[in-house]
Each structure stands twice: as C-alpha cells, then as structure tokens.
Design a protein. Structure first.
Length: 309
C-alpha cells in the first residue's frame, strides 16, 4: 500500500505532550467531553486528523458507532475510560490508529489490520478503481484475478466484492500476510471465490489470468530510513523494501507477466510517486506496448496499467 514519505523536521512518533496526564479520562466523564479532550491532545501532538482520530478511538473503546456518539454524548465513559486511556497513550506514542483498533475501511469493506502485515491505505484504492474500469471496458466475464504480494488481502477482497462472477488467487511470502488475507476473505464472505497461496512471487504459479494486480514493495534501501516513523516502525520491512533502487519487484514482474496473462489480459501495479517513467520503461522493454499511468486522488502518479491484445 501507499508508503507516506518522511517529513523533514517533524516526527509522527513524538512523545506524548505535557498536558497528557497519566489519568486522562474518568469513568464519570461524558463521551462528548472525552472526545473533545482527546482531539485536543492529538492536535497538540501534531496529528493532522486529530478530530477524526479521536472519534475513531472513542468508537473502538466504547463499541459505539458514530451516530451513537452524537446522540448519546452525555452518557458516561464508565469502564471504557481505561481502554480509551490506553488507546490515547498508544496513539500519542506514534502507533497508527488502524493498528490500535485492529480494523480499517478499504473500498467500503471493513478489514482486519494484523501485526506484521502492511496496513491498507486509501491511495491504493485507485489501483482497484483502475482495474475495475479496464475490466469493464474490455467486457471481461468471469475474470480470473491474481494478486501478487496479497498482504492483508485488501485489493483482492475489493475486486472480488465488486466482481461477483470473479475468482481470485492471492500470493504472499509472509505466513502472517497469508493468514490475514484468508481472514479478510472470510470476513467479507468471499472465501469461496478467493484462495491464498504462500509462495515467492510467481514461483508456484502455472495458470493464466485475466487480471494481475500487485502493490509490491517499492521503497529503495536508502529511503527506508527516511520514511515517516509511523510507517517505518509499524509496517513490515518485507512489504516496504524494493531493493537498491526500489524497482526490483517490477523487474521480476516484467519478466513474468507474459506467461501469467491470458490474451487480452491486463495488469495494474501500484508504484512510488516518482517511479512512473522507470516502471513504464521496464514493461515496454519486456515487450508490452500498451502501458498507461493513473494518478491517485492527491494527483500523484500511482498506478501503471499494462494491457495485452
């Protein structure tokens, strides 16, 4: 998934601010007051989405949804005070919200976020959007889908949920990722149409597919140390490190794609925002003439699409 760049002079993993007390929340405090004070503490710590994060953490601590928090704002925290306090401390110490709650929303699906598995991020949704658009344009029925480096299964789940006649295979070298992807397929009711294989990229594959997707590791060795520490300290290195120049997975995929795609098939790959020229050149050099680019919702080139005749 998208790996945010570092921010010079600023750390998302800063220590908790001085005004954060050891006993920040009390059982008799109202939900509304706790939400306001948590939002203020997060804002003071430099969290850009402080109000949203406060709401999400309060929802997770209390088990209430957003509407209930609004309509029951004068209810007391009760036993949730201690849980919220622990969540607040973890967030202020730099742990991402999704890892605290253990879930995330990706393409409208409620997915598990597991330790040692890449946290799905919103910018990756453009990969799903691009794949669905191109499949629709081609009029592909009953598509067979391959997700290389399946991770949490977010991309595969989103595609299968949108394509009720599709069948997908996810491959990942990480046993933790494979387990997480299987759990998310089951969580979304997709386990009968999605299978997960533990393997080293394409080594265990012999069939052909209508669609190949991948969000491979694409951070260069030198850039790993410069990543925002919320990424560097919490996402697995296996899902980040793309080799000396960040292009190692694309070289492998460019060489293997020809035997994986059916005639008329297509592939979509997430890329780093400065990699479009290099990745496009790799696939053109491998004999693919129809290579296009898509930008994410922030305007950065995020996806390379490869189509075959």
């Amino acid at each position: 998934m998208t790996r945010p760049p570092s921010r010079p002079g600023w750390s998302a993993c800063s220590a908790r601010p001085r005004e954060f007390k050891a006993s920040m929340f009390a059982a008799d405090e109202t939900l509304s007051a706790a939400r306001r004070r948590l939002g203020a503490a997060l804002a003071a710590a430099g969290k850009e989405s402080a109000a949203l994060e406060a709401r999400i953490l309060l929802e997770a601590a209390t088990g209430l949804d957003a509407l209930a928090l609004l309509t029951r704002g004068e209810d007391r925290l009760g036993d949730a005070a201690g849980v919220l306090e622990r969540f607040a401390a973890r967030r202020l110490a730099g742990e991402p919200v999704n890892r605290i709650t253990g879930t995330t929303n990706f393409f409208g699906l409620d997915l598990l976020v597991a330790p040692d598995v890449l946290d799905p991020r919103g910018d990756t949704e453009i990969l799903v959007e691009t794949a669905l658009e191109l499949l629709t344009r081609k009029g592909v029925a009953n598509p067979r889908i391959l997700d290389l480096g399946v991770g949490s299964g977010a991309i595969l789940c989103a595609l299968l949920d949108a394509l009720p006649d599709g069948f997908g295979v996810g491959v990942d070298f990480s046993a933790d990722a494979c387990a997480c992807a299987r759990t998310n397929l089951a969580r979304c009711g997709l386990e009968s149409r999605g299978k997960v294989i533990r393997g080293d990229w394409t080594a265990a594959l012999s069939g052909r597919f209508d669609l190949v997707v991948s969000n491979p590791p694409y951070i260069s060795h030198a850039e790993i140390a410069e990543l925002d520490c919320e990424v560097r300290n919490h996402d697995p290195l296996l899902a980040l490190d793309g080799g000396p120049d960040g292009l190692a997975p694309y070289r492998l995929l460019a060489g293997e794609l020809g035997r994986l795609l059916r005639p008329g098939g297509l592939a979509c790959f997430e890329i780093g925002w400065r990699q479009a020229d290099d990745v496009s050149a790799l696939f053109r050099g491998a004999g693919f003439g129809r290579v296009s680019r898509r930008r994410d919702h922030g305007g950065r080139e995020r996806v390379i699409a490869v189509e075959t005749d």
